[in-house]
Design a binder for this molecule. Sequence first.
Ligand code: JHZ
Ligand code: SAH
Length: 404
Amino acid sequence: MSLCKICNNELETVISFGEMPISNRFVLDLTEDEFLYDLSLGFCPECLMVQLEECVDPAMMFNQDYAYFSSISKAMEGHFEELANEIIEFVSEKPSPFVVELGCNDGIMLKHVAARGIPHLGIEPSANVAASARENGVHVLEDFFNAKSASEIKNRYGQADVICGANVMCHIEDINSVFEGVSILLKPEGAFFFEDPYLADIIKKTSFDQIYDEHVYYFSGLAVSELAKRHELELVNMVLQEFHGGSMRYYLKKGDNNRVKKNVPFFLSQEKALNLHVSDGYIMFRERVNKICSDFRETLLKIKDDGKKIAAYGATSKSTTLLIYSKVGPDLIDYVSDTTPTKIGKYTPGTHIPVKSHGHFIRDSPPYTVLLAWNHKREIFEKEKKYREKGGKFITFFPEVIIE
Ligand code: JHZ
Ligand code: SAH
């Protein structure tokens, strides 16, 4: 029985996927043994947080070989420039502004803040992406954010007007320490906000591929407001984001007497209508996951039986769960096309499908392509107009398997 990482209550298992490798550790040498852990999702009936039951040591995931570079997508570049503009406006009237971003990766967001000469700090433990951020003019502390590093930052630079993070808060197992760190580092009137894949979207779309080693938490407004209260913070606004298959941005302030936007009670009641506050709410999810996996595998088998080649697009970390749980490997998918230089020439974790360049995909023009990076569908369909005009078909799988 696993315990909740926030309140120590016993977790109720939502779904178990079995053994999985590290999702962003692309394999160079197929004779090497891969590290495996047991991927299971649990629900805490006490504080309502959905979370992994077993976690991987952060240093094994976030290090000098981290494979994900945020700036690989044009749409994400646009999204983070917009966020930077919001922050720049927020701090424009502040007497001594200081902006802190957790998980700044290659500087996709903070480079815009840096370009305005605004004092800032990115906290980024993965040395290779941190080096990229520095090349983009960003001031980076190569460390994991927690209560200890927050105190050190406060002693060295003072408190922050803004603490933010995108697709990072859900990655940090010791979230109590992170929230404690925010309380230490944030100015009394400061703003703390973060965005991560939204539990309600994952449940509604059955997008279970979001469940993998790096994603320790699956946030809802219900769970975030509980967590905030434990750390003398208050959830004051929630804003949906269309990225990464449906994300939510949570805005928090210090204290318990803030003006709370109507969005908060609105989303909380929607989450209750979806039964996200009771373990029974997750039973149908488990059944739908199993149906998608068998439909997905059967669709690919049928295409293969017809003698047609299948490739995939986007060597995403999330596809590790989809491919392994659906038992889809190199027997069905010939290769995965990806634009990330450090992924090309390697193999996908666990399934060992070769990762090839986008140029290879264009030359090969396979009749069928599994869109593993389904969250970037609009950008990729725009980019691959010619492929589709020539008859190439993409296969997507949430909320059901579709060939288009
Ligand atoms: P993408 C990562 O997830 C890991 P992943 C992490 N845990 C997380 O939460 C999110 O990011 C934020 C390629 N690609 O964004 C690039 C093309 O080849 O879905 C990437 O390898 N051509 C931090 O890995 C992959 O697809 C393209 O045109 O699931 C996309 O990965 C585009 C747009 C992408 O994240
Ligand atoms: N914000 C970017 C990057 C997401 S990738 C985006 O949305 O695209 C997640 C990043 O969080 C990785 O670069 C990883 O190294 C970093 N990270 C993981 N644990 C962290 C921690 N405890 N503190 C700060 N950053 C962390």
